[in-house]
Design a protein around this ligand. Structure first.
Ligand code: ZN
Length: 396
């Protein structure tokens, strides 16, 4: 796979619509439409309406499968995103399809009927584990009532009128953003963008109530598998509150130290098959910390594990080991991304979940992290698990 050097994103406002464009040396044209409202914006009794509308807008892709021109989408609690990928020569058609979605062209009875069938099938195949986790973490029933995939009974009852109303309220210019990644200069396709994107409506939106995203709960689950035991930990992390601005995007550094620490401690008593630590994007600065530990040995009491996972202290040698790995990484002349990451990064930037930085800025962040004293690192790690209340659920 060919890799390319990181670059910057340019913002253009075209017909009232924010367009974030990246010009990179890649062989195809990628465009995304980001609608900044998802299932949280749904009314009671209309669970799945955002998801259903997403399916309606992508039926063209289902009907005409083309390996060189394709689209996909997803809906979560806070947004619906459409992504199109095509050859350069087809870029105008891609822009036109995005405009069709913006203009509500695909909203009709036949597509609603087909999308409903597909969505209900998807609901029946979806496991609710993730949504249960969110419900417990944030102690909020809404997160269960408003599962992005939707509820079969509600989806059955969706009428064209309800879909239209949801569309009119949410697919408005101040709630939408376009992201484009291609080898073309923006000037080359700006005219095409202006030609389309005319019907972006302009209405005031009701601000989302973000107060529900505050919790100090921590969920620990112990599950038995045929090959051993799996321990899962979930905790909400607000990046703004956890790390200072200067190195907020460098959180992997702390997760790596955390993982190393857990591995060393647990290895004393158990045979470890693997440990992963990750922060899953949730909403803006809100992330879900997930730690997954796979043990080969017998471990039937989660209380034995709790102190080791949550309260063990990190040691100097563990910090130094991760520091030296990052030191090696910094010596690389360039920091690389894969082609498909560019659009994802662009979408993350407009949603405020990640900031795209230049190579120099990225190197600066890593340098700042390496400059941290042992005590500072320990303090940040401790902050991850301070003031928590543990909620145990063993059989989700
Ligand atoms: Zn779907």
């Amino acid at each position: 796979m060919r890799m390319i050097v990181k670059d910057r994103i340019n913002r253009e406002v075209i017909n009232n619509l924010s367009c974030y464009c990246r010009e990179i040396n890649m062989p195809n044209f990628q465009i995304a439409l980001v609608i900044k409202s998802g299932s949280m914006s749904e009314e009671v009794g209309q669970s799945g309406i955002a998801h259903c509308l997403e399916h309606m807008n992508l039926l063209w892709d289902k009907h005409e499968q083309d390996e060189y021109f394709y689209g996909h989408g997803y809906t979560n609690y806070f947004e619906t995103v459409y992504i199109l990928n095509c050859r350069i020569c087809d870029y105008e058609r891609a822009i036109q399809i995005i405009d069709n979605i913006i203009s509500g062209v695909y909203i009709n009875q036949a597509s609603l009927d087909e999308a409903k069938t597909d969505v209900i099938k998807e609901i029946n195949e979806t496991h609710n584990n993730d949504f249960e986790i969110y419900k417990y973490l944030f102690d909020n029933e809404l997160l269960m009532q408003k599962v992005p995939v939707g509820k079969a009974a509600d989806v059955c009852g969706l009428s064209l009128e309800k879909i239209r109303r949801f569309y009119l309220e949410n697919y408005v210019s101040n709630n939408m953003v376009i992201c484009i990644v291609s080898p073309l200069q923006i000037a080359k396709y700006a005219k095409t963008l202006k030609k389309y994107f005319k019907s972006a409506l302009n209405k005031e939106l009701i601000a989302l109530n973000k107060n529900c995203l505050q919790t100090n709960k921590c969920i620990l689950i112990l599950e038995k598998h045929n090959t051993g035991y799996e321990i899962l930990l979930y905790k909400h992390i607000n990046l703004d509150k956890w790390l200072p601005d200067e190195f907020r995007t460098g959180y992997d550094f702390f997760l790596d130290i955390q993982r190393k620490k857990l591995f060393d401690y647990l290895s004393l008593d158990y045979e470890i098959m693997g440990i992963t630590c990750s922060l899953k994007k949730f909403f803006q600065e809100n992330r879900i910390l997930k730690i997954r530990i796979v043990l080969k040995d017998e471990c039937t009491n989660i209380l034995d594990i709790v102190p080791k996972v949550l309260y063990s202290e990190v040691e100097t040698c563990q910090i130094n080991s991760i520091k030296s790995q990052y030191g090696e990484y910094i010596k690389n002349k360039k920091i690389f991304l894969k082609h498909e990451d560019f659009l994802k990064e662009c979408i993350d930037e407009v949603l405020g979940v990640e900031k795209v930085t230049s190579i120099d800025a990225e190197r600066q962040i890593l340098n700042d992290l390496l400059d941290l004293s042992e005590q500072e690192i320990k303090d940040y790690l401790q902050k991850m698990f301070s003031n928590i209340s543990i909620v145990r659920i063993s059989n989700l």
